[in-house]
Design a binder for this molecule. Structure first.
Ligand SMILES: C[S@@+](CC[C@H](N)C(=O)[O-])C[C@H]1O[C@@H](n2cnc3c(N)ncnc32)[C@H](O)[C@@H]1O
Length: 423
């Protein structure tokens, strides 16, 4: 088979991995530094796992030329390195494993035997590295729930899963991933060592093993080493160090307070930083009612936006806008913001997200039409006029740039000196 003829596609995680982050991507996007698309950040993901956020970043922010990934799991990192350097050898190994495994679809005993034979081969860790990566992906695709669990001797001990003909070799995806990984430095070790590889401005995204919500939901052993409360504290200390070095970071973790209102573990640890609670639908609860209501934490070291940065009297910084816009002259406390969707009769998908999410958007380049209180509104550059009219606003106290454009607009009655914008 000539793999090089396959057309590259959107790259996605090549593994099933506990704690996959696909669901949180919208929230993570909102927590990115506002200049992330313009500046040349190094993106660092020290607990990369299956890399859902990595692949999303690399494909959506082509300006990011250099990324660093790391995980303590050596088998996982070997798979990343082989995909980066020898994708075709890996694909050959996987095609053979898939062919042999699928051929046993109607022979359950032989199929099981085959699985355990491959598990033993993997645990011997004596095959060449491309075969080792192939066995790792094979086990991930065929074992129970895609779990990765090892015993004290680092032997993978998950039993076979109940899949008929699982995809074992997704060649187009492996090739797409391989291409993306050409921009990525791949490390294996403790997360702290990533800092030694960073030059210039960096954004770190941390997705450590979550603090378990209860003793029985302890799914956080991805490797031999435990990630206990002391480890969570060590990670906070590392985040503090990065903050002092002026690097930016975003961190996710479980919201232990959601389970026990008195559990302030993370609220205390990260009190100097910005903590948001975001909704996550997790499949860890068999009871559908409880399943949808979990929140998770998204914490960043970007300044807490107590007040919206709307007092921008220095108009020069806004000249990049070619259309008129206005801003509030007063400080508005973020906690006073209420979204009154009944006033919004136009379609703005962002308004369908939560208030929490919307707060992330308040920076100087992106303002939304939002009711601040019953008299005040904030309007963004694109929707301002239509929005204001549809909301039946009488006037807005404004700072007007580019009055020429406003004056030429038939819909507005405004005098050059007026600070009131009359609709
Ligand atoms: C929650 S998972 C990351 C999930 C990932 N974001 C995804 O989308 O699949 C946590 C990862 O941290 C790794 N890990 C645990 N302790 C570590 C340490 N001290 N340093 C680096 N990685 C570690 C585990 O092997 C695991 O892959």
């Amino acid at each position: 088979m000539r793999n090089e003829l396959l057309i590259p596609m959107q790259a996605k995680p090549f593994l099933k991995w506990a704690g996959g982050k696909t669901q949180l991507i919208n929230d993570i996007e909102k927590a990115l530094p506002h200049d992330f698309r313009q500046q040349n950040y190094t993106y660092v993901e020290p607990f990369v796992g299956s890399g859902a956020v990595l692949f999303w970043i690399l494909q959506n922010y082509p300006n990011i030329q250099h990324a660093i990934i790391n995980d303590i799991n050596a088998d996982l990192i070997n798979a990343y390195r082989i995909i980066a350097k020898q994708p075709n050898e890996l694909i050959e190994v996987l095609q053979q494993l898939e062919h042999e495994f699928h051929a046993l679809v109607n022979q359950p005993e032989q199929k099981k035997e085959y699985y355990y034979e491959k598990r033993t081969a993997f645990n011997s860790r004596s095959t060449d590295l491309a075969t080792q990566a192939g066995l790792f992906i094979f086990l991930n695709r065929t074992c129970f729930n895609g779990l990765f669990r090892v015993n004290k001797n680092n032997a993978f001990n998950v039993p076979m899963g109940d899949y008929k003909k699982p995809t074992i070799c997704d060649a187009p995806n492996l090739l797409a991933v391989s291409e993306l990984l050409q921009r990525v430095e791949i490390l294996n070790g403790d997360y702290q060592a990533t800092l030694d590889h960073v030059n210039g401005d960096a954004l770190f995204y941390f997705d450590p093993p979550y603090k378990p919500l209860s003793k029985t939901s302890s799914f956080n052993s991805y490797a031999k080493e435990e990630f206990d409360d002391n480890e969570q504290i060590r990670l906070r200390d590392f985040c503090q160090q990065l903050d002092q070095l002026n690097h930016k970071w975003i961190l996710s973790n479980s919201d232990v307070r959601g389970k026990d209102p008195n559990d302030d573990f993370f609220d205390d640890l990260y009190q100097a930083f910005t903590i948001s609670r975001v909704h996550a639908t997790r499949m860890i609860n068999a009871n559908a009612d409880k399943r949808g209501k979990l929140t998770e934490l998204l914490i960043t070291n970007q300044p807490k936006k107590d007040y919206l940065p709307v007092i921008k009297m220095n108009i020069d910084m806004f000249t990049k806008f070619d259309k008129p816009y206005w801003v509030f002259k007063e400080k508005v406390n973020v906690d006073d913001i209420k979204i009154d969707k009944s006033l919004m009769s136009f379609d703005n998908p962002i308004l369908n997200s939560t208030l929490n999410n919307i707060k992330y958007y308040f920076d100087e380049v992106f303002w939304l039409p939002i009711t601040v209180n019953k008299d005040f509104y904030l309007l963004d550059g694109q929707h301002r006029l239509t929005a204001a009219k549809q909301m039946n606003l009488k006037y807005i106290d404004v700072v007007i740039q580019n009055t020429e454009l406003l004056e030429n607009n038939e819909d507005t009655k405004i005098t050059k000196k007026s600070k009131k914008f009359i609709l």
